[in-house]
Write a protein that binds this ligand. Structure first.
Ligand code: R5P
Length: 298
């Protein structure tokens, strides 16, 4: 029988292409708040003996996590066979250690909660910095898809003489791969983060930029302070305005507008989080990931 795919609110476009591509059936459910703010869930499509794919990207995760856990539990109570989660952006990975005495290592707790509710997980480029793999904190089978090939292809097709720039050491893993795929040079800057919105980024070498189009590549843009700092330096050192590319465009508050105002030529993201900057479509990658885990379980 076809798997049933349930899309959480705000995920309809990407979910619709997946339903078609993997030949799933669309599941219907109601998710709303009671007047006191508690979550109400009702699953209308019968789920007994069915394989379930739950589709929910996880920016602004706090408002989504409890409904997701309740949804998975309800499906299982109603007899679903296996309940998987497709979350193109997986949240809570940056707090991967106790940086200051008394802090929560929230990445672990979030992973534990999702692992307790779902049977498998597919995501794209999770922010693995001090963890080498999701299996260090997730106890369910996980499949990580990588956007590098798609981003590299976009750069190759759209940018004249690119030089890629990673804004910090953590970005090297993405930038180096994208550079290899698009066949262009790259450099990595150094970043000091003193607070959520207080970021300092080192100056790029002007020689490396000469005659090139600077392309900043990072996995996540949240406040955009990292990219904004880098864009400002690049505007000082290069005649050509930089293009900014991120896998996951969270853009908290006015971050997107502020990044454009800082002098970015364009801001491009993958469609892991719905946003007007979405240009690079990763639906094919998600289909491959789902097929792999769906087949593995049989
Ligand atoms: C950091 O570790 C990530 O790779 C990004 O550089 C960071 O999350 C960007 O954050 P923001 O946009 O808030 O500077």
């Amino acid at each position: 029988m076809k798997p049933l795919l349930f899309a959480f609110p705000g995920n309809d476009d990407l979910a619709a292409s997946l339903i078609q591509e993997i030949n799933a059936e669309k599941g219907e459910f109601t998710l709303r708040r009671f007047p006191d703010g508690e979550t109400y869930i009702r699953i209308q499509t019968p789920v007994a003996e069915r394989d379930i794919i739950t589709f929910c990207t996880l920016h602004e995760p706090d408002e989504k996590i409890l409904p997701l856990l309740f949804f998975a539990q309800t499906s299982k109570d109603l007899g679903a066979r296996r309940v998987g989660l497709v979350s193109p952006y997986l949240a809570y990975l940056r707090q991967d250690r106790r940086f200051h005495e008394g802090e929560a290592v929230s990445s672990k707790y979030f992973a534990k909660a999702l692992s307790s509710a779902f049977d498998w997980l597919v995501t794209v480029d999770p922010h693995l910095h001090r963890y080498h793999s999701l299996s260090e904190i997730y106890t369910i089978p996980t499949k990580v898809m990588h956007a590098a090939e798609k981003i590299g292809g976009w750069i190759r097709d759209h940018v004249n003489k690119p030089v890629l720039i990673g804004p910090d050491a953590e970005s090297e893993q993405w930038v180096s791969q994208v550079a290899r795929i698009s066949g262009c040079p790259f450099l990595v800057l150094e970043k000091i983060r003193r607070g959520d919105r207080d970021v300092q980024v080192s100056l790029p070498d002007p020689k490396a930029l000469s005659g090139k189009t600077p392309v900043l590549v990072d996995d996540i843009v949240s406040t955009a302070r990292t990219m904004i700092e880098a864009v400002r330096h690049l505007r000082d050192k290069s005649a050509t305005a930089p293009i900014c590319i991120a896998v996951h465009g969270i853009f908290s508050g006015q971050a997107y507008e502020e990044l454009l105002a800082a002098g970015a030529e364009k801001v491009i993201t993958c469609n892991t989080i719905p946003h007007p900057s979405n240009v690079i479509d990763l639906s094919g990658l998600l289909v491959d990931g789902i097929k792999e885990l769906e087949t593995a379980k049989r």
